[in-house]
Design a protein around this ligand. Sequence first.
Ligand SMILES: Nc1ncnc2c1ncn2[C@@H]1O[C@H](COP(=O)(O)OP(=O)(O)OP(=O)(O)O)[C@@H](O)[C@H]1O
Length: 356
Amino acid sequence: VVMLLRSDVKQSVTVLRRNVKHIRHWLEEESSAASSKAAESIKPKEIETKRFRFLTSLFEKLAKKLIQLKMAVSTFSSPTPVSGIAEPPASFSSAAIGWKQPYSTSSRAPLRFRRMKKRRGISCDYSCIEVRDVCYRPPGTQLNILNGVNFSLREKSFGLIFGKSGSGKTTLLQLLAGLNKPTSGSICIQRYGDDGQPKAVPELLPTEKVGIVFQFPERFFVADNVLDEITFGWPRQKGCLQLKEQLTSNLQRAFNWVGLDSIPLDKDPQLLSGGYKRRLALAIQLVQTPDLLILDEPLAGLDWKARADVAKLLKHLKKELTLLVVSHDLRELAALVDQSWRMETGGVLLAECPPL
Ligand SMILES: Nc1ncnc2c1ncn2[C@@H]1O[C@H](COP(=O)(O)OP(=O)(O)OP(=O)(O)O)[C@@H](O)[C@H]1O
């Protein structure tokens, strides 16, 4: 973790992967030693496979968690203020989290968002996330996974990317989340005026304003209760009261959004239903108030009811932030889609309606 905080994610993940290789070598050595003991009744190969699987999954889990932590740290150290925050409910009081009570307890206001005061005058300014001529070639390889990817996604809309397995969808999401850097091209935010003309120069997309929910996020839960899971990576040192107040409020807001209010905070996340696990994974990202939320196969592995619930939740979230989803589940998501693209083998992205 210290290494991660000091260096960048890519380097840390590389180190973790290297460790997995070491473990594999170690197991191979053990395997040859064990096979020479022919008299033993146990099946060493079986044990090794199990051990190897366990260790690789442990490292994968750790790597994903570290990425999440790194993103959380960069968000928390970002000076961007968070607005429109409501008062936390009793279940989310700072006391429950072990912090000094920063809120007035005299008024137990209902759990609603305070409406932000709107500025006078009507403005139709809007912004778009613009991906321009992005190519990506993993270090040490000769082939581009992404080739000249171009697209633009308007704020508070739902973008869907579909396409064959191995075409480069996840790679693109990772670039957008700042987990890797494009080999060439840019990922920017462009503001447009009422007339549809660009206003000012495009700015690079700040990665602390991007949240990512990996495929099967529940596999990367590490804590034994919901509260610890969601506060993983939060600052633990004394002080930073203002930041902690902000995080507590964000937490309440995120739980409201995803409908997790009724879940006891001391519940083991692994005991939640499939749909609720996904909600928790979403809430973890929403606490960091991203402008863009990226979801890799959000419906994968869920039963029909949970899929319908998560799709409904995404429809609700679309009103608040920009969503970019990679999915094979086109039927459930089609009604939400504002823009869609097909990723072709070879990493070329084409604007296309989902084939239904
Ligand atoms: N670091 C890397 N080095 C070399 N090849 C890589 C690397 N990362 C990904 N690839 C390859 O790039 C291709 C695209 O992978 P990616 O995971 O982005 O595909 P995908 O479209 O998301 O697939 P799926 O739908 O199965 O998740 C795959 O063939 C993969 O093996």
